[in-house]
Design a binder for this molecule. Sequence first.
Ligand code: GUN
Ligand code: FE
Length: 435
Amino acid sequence: TLIRGRTLSFRRAPESIDDNAAYSYESDGALLVENGLIKAAGAYGTVKAAAPEGVGEIDHRPHLIVPGFIDTHLHFPQMQVMASYAANLLEWLNTYTFPEECRFVESAHAERIAVRFFDEMARHGTTTATAYCSVHKTSADAFFAESLRRGTCMIAGKVMMDRNAPQGLLDTPQTSYDETRAVIADWHGKGRNHVAITPRFAITSTPEQMEVASALAREFPKLHVQTHLSENRDEIAYTCELYPEAKDYTDVYARYGLLGPKSLFGHCIHLSEREADAMGETGSVAVFCPTSNLFLGSGLFPLRALTRRQKPVRVSVASDIGGGTSYSMLKTLDEAYKILQLQGERLNPFESLYLMTRGNAEALSLADRIGTLEPGTDADLVVLNMAATPAMALRAEVVNSLADELFLLQTMGDDRAVVETYVAGRPAKSTLATH
Ligand code: GUN
Ligand code: FE
């Protein structure tokens, strides 16, 4: 298939709003898609000339085609936790989140929510997500089975947690080891599924379970590791009480060998200089979750302080559903922009789009497959309309640059701006039953 429209993708992070060497843009562009892959990309005329005789064409002009959005941290069993009224992280976890996650012991429930999860991803233009399932293997099975059906590239893990939560949400060091191994055996490399080793956070794992996470990370060095770090002051204080021998919160994970280039740490809002150095030196990724950080009152992610260092900390962006308040990566970056404004910093619209696409792909070490429109990569795409609502259309009348268009999409856009989502070359939004 030939997919025609204005195409935009990044080869690297833009250094400023004028850094047009960071991206490729075609005002009349096209992608030739075959067997789920991008075969050719560029100007419409050139791509058309290279396409087989009689190739089918989908014309998305005047809309903008970019790589599918990537969300590097969210919780699949928290779709029905969104918008829960709590004062802070620990109250929110104990009052709403833990009880809700208990329901995922039931396969029927997990399967129903998985369908809705993948529908919501498609609706919002997110083609890859890095997800926490619940502690129950049933939840990971439901998630990965649905991902396999949809053909999506997903990273997810059965959560490991063996203390400080309701009985229905606890495993043990041994069962967390056995079940994580079973999830890896059943799902890793099936379709485009990747399994992540997922100790929830230090508060809900005993040292014995952290040893197990450590052993799994050594046994499966290519897998991602994901957990939470330094989100909330009370969380940090409690963690330091539970692990008195650690220098600080980051050192708890470091002691178990969990820092590294495949490790994703949700939040990282209140890191000390020492902790930021440890993150930078190990190539660990700090995941910025703007809507969640505002909603739970956790704090302002110090993006520039983390990236402007001798050893920069790698960063990615994420919704953190259900602490987050929107599935939309556009809305997520809108709130990220405001968080930087409050710190006297700027986040330019090119950097934002880079972060949602190629930047997040690089954070996941998957930039050779996703987050790009390079030939040979997976045809995960999103088509965006900057005039999707009456208010957007009115503003769009006076937009006269690509930067303005991207900023309008981010500031006023959401799922309504997503005209179509392609997963491995197949339309995934227009084909939804509830479209
Ligand atoms: N820390 C540990 N678990 C969670 C969670 O589910 N959401 C958030 N935002 N932080 C956490
Ligand atoms: Fe989270």
